[in-house]
Design a protein around this ligand. Structure first.
Ligand code: MF3
Ligand code: CO
Length: 279
């Protein structure tokens, strides 16, 4: 027997607050996606995020987190996660850029990330992004009461493996989320199913696959934040926060609660169930 789970259980009202935070994150990422163009700097994106989050009356969760110096993480090309926005980093046609964003409303958190192409990107990179986003939705579909934690991990891995010889990052993982951004349990993007704590209504997880075109080895740059692939291969990162309701996963950081994402992987029933929660 393992010790009693320390995973935070949220009341329906607390999950509603997480939804409000999630919507701020969703809307901010929508603005940023539209702003991504050749010539824009990652500092410009950070400024847009700062305005969007504070304009919504929310608090950015990354700023000052363990000394992190910006509102969002901007991770171009071979940067996997935690890239720091800079006026010197300008986007070029053909690049990809991962944008990670977190916000707090009434003390409750939302955390999500997207990777987008800058201008025209190659078919290989288009596919890298699709594979990572599809794996995220397969993981989110397993965030339901009665499942075990590694059912989520396994679903992510199986989805990536079925798509081709992509590298799955192991040193960085998803996490529980709620009254803090990073909580128990860690959520790996690989592993055998049927292990780990049992998932229950009121829990919430941030699922965040990171994959690369090459080998999954990572290194941290001199700034102590920027995580790159050692072989320089390009990376994708997608993330959503999902709360477990009686009707299944409510993706608090998707504007439609997850309906379109679940439909895209053939899980329309999950989408219909969460549609009732969308507000
Ligand atoms: N959002 C990241 C995650 O998904 C964490 C960002 S680290 C920070 O876990 F320092 F930038 F906040
Ligand atoms: Co996260």
């Amino acid at each position: 027997m393992r010790a009693k789970s320390e995973i935070e259980i949220k009341t329906p009202e607390q999950i509603e607050a997480m939804r409000r935070a999630g919507l701020v994150v969703a809307r901010t990422l929508r603005v940023l996606r539209e702003a991504v163009k050749p010539g824009i700097s990652t500092a410009d994106l950070d400024e847009l995020a700062r305005r969007e989050i504070s304009g919504a009356g929310a608090t950015p969760s990354f700023l000052n987190y363990h000394g992190y110096p910006a509102v969002i993480c901007t991770s171009p090309n071979e940067v996997i996660v935690h890239g720091i926005p800079s006026p010197e980093t300008t986007l070029t046609d053909g690049d990809i850029i991962s944008i990670d964003c977190g916000a707090i409303v009434d003390g409750w958190h939302g955390d999500a990330a997207i990777t987008v192409g800058v201008g025209e990107i190659s078919p290989e990179l288009t596919r890298l992004l699709q594979v990572c986003e599809t794996a995220l939705w397969h993981g989110l579909a397993q965030v339901r009461a009665g499942n075990r934690l590694t059912d989520v991990s396994h679903a992510v891995e199986a989805s990536v493996r079925a798509a081709g010889p992509y590298g799955i990052i192991e040193e960085y993982v998803g996490h529980g989320i709620g009254s803090a951004m990073h909580m128990d349990p860690p959520v790996p993007n690989y592993g055998r199913p049927g292990r780990g704590p049992r998932l229950r209504e009121g829990m919430a997880l941030a699922v965040e696959p990171m994959i690369v075109l090459g080998e999954p080895e990572t290194a941290v740059l001199e700034d102590d934040w920027t995580v790159v692939s050692v072989d320089g291969s390009y990376a994708a990162h997608f993330e959503h926060t999902a709360a477990i309701t009686a009707d299944g996963p409510w993706v608090t950081t998707a504007e439609d609660g997850g309906e379109a994402g679940f439909a895209a992987i053939g899980q329309a029933a999950l989408g219909r169930a969460v549609a009732a929660h969308v507000s």
